[in-house]
Design a protein around this ligand. Structure first.
Ligand code: SAM
Length: 249
């Protein structure tokens, strides 16, 4: 197993990422966050673990909406420092911890949540096993990740087109779909490591680890998002995010 990359502690990458997030005109704010919020169960009195919590926006949202305790963990010190700085809640705690080592956490949760972080983890099946161990019976797992149709292509280290436009219609390339492995792509001018797995691997890893899938969604930008960022029209028939909700049996 490779040591997980901690790209968000690379100063240049972090600055670029934060600039993008602060504009609020990005796919997180316009597409992903509204969708995943609409999948949440009642948060009142729940104990919640937020994996790859970043600057802690969702952890604070859980506290604002009645959660009893929230633990947000992230591999990045930059992110956890920011999350701590912006946190006013006594029942929300932030810790530097890799998702690969969550079994160090010695408490159980009613909900494990993660927004756009699981595609950074190499061993997805172990992650599902560890999450299942941390959930109370009937506890809920909700996560989003980059959609397998978006993570599939292997770029061979070169900038390549992801699509071909023919007569005004955009056709996306979908090679390497069944090759579950590492992908390295240039993002914010840095080589960023992510892991692609096909849909059946994701689904079966959840099922094998004693969780029942309750809901699956694939992102579709709302009209308003396309109005603000016209290129999101290309995501209407080619999802960029995958959302899954499951219950511990
Ligand atoms: C795209 S950001 C999302 C942050 C936050 N969930 C949000 O939606 O605003 C991905 C986050 O995952 C974290 N991350 C990446 N690999 C990780 C790992 N192996 N363990 C824990 N966190 C990780 C990054 O440091 C980063 O904060």
């Amino acid at each position: 197993m490779e040591k997980p990359q901690n790209i968000y502690d690379n100063t240049k990458f972090f600055e670029e990422y934060q600039k993008m997030r602060e504009t609020k005109i990005n796919a997180n704010e316009l597409i992903e966050i509204p969708e995943i919020k609409s999948m949440l169960p009642d948060l009142k009195d729940k104990k919640i673990l937020d994996l790859g919590c970043g600057a802690g926006g969702m952890s604070r949202y859980f506290a604002e909406n009645g959660a009893k305790r929230v633990l947000g963990v992230d591999i990045s010190k930059n992110m956890i420092n920011l999350a701590k700085k912006e946190n006013n809640y006594k029942n929300v705690e932030f810790k530097v911890l890799e998702m690969e080592r969550i079994l160090k956490i010695k408490e159980k949760f009613d909900m494990v949540f993660s927004s756009l972080a699981f595609h950074y983890v190499e061993d997805f099946e172990k992650l599902m096993k560890d999450i299942s161990n941390l959930l109370n019976p009937n506890g809920i797992l909700i996560f989003s990740q980059e959609h397998p149709v978006a993570t599939a292509i292997i770029y061979n280290g070169k900038e390549m087109e992801k699509h071909i436009d023919i007569n005004g219609k955009r056709y996306y390339l979908l090679s390497d779909y069944n090759n579950n492995s590492k992908r390295v792509l240039n993002w914010n001018m840095q080589d960023t490591v992510k892991y692609h797995r096909n849909f059946s691997t994701i689904i079966n890893s959840i099922i094998k680890n004693n969780m029942q899938i309750l809901e699956v969604r694939e992102s579709q930008p709302e009209k308003e998002a396309v109005k603000q960022v016209p290129k999101y029209k290309y995501q209407i028939d080619r999802p960029y995010f995958l959302y899954i909700k499951a219950k511990k049996l």
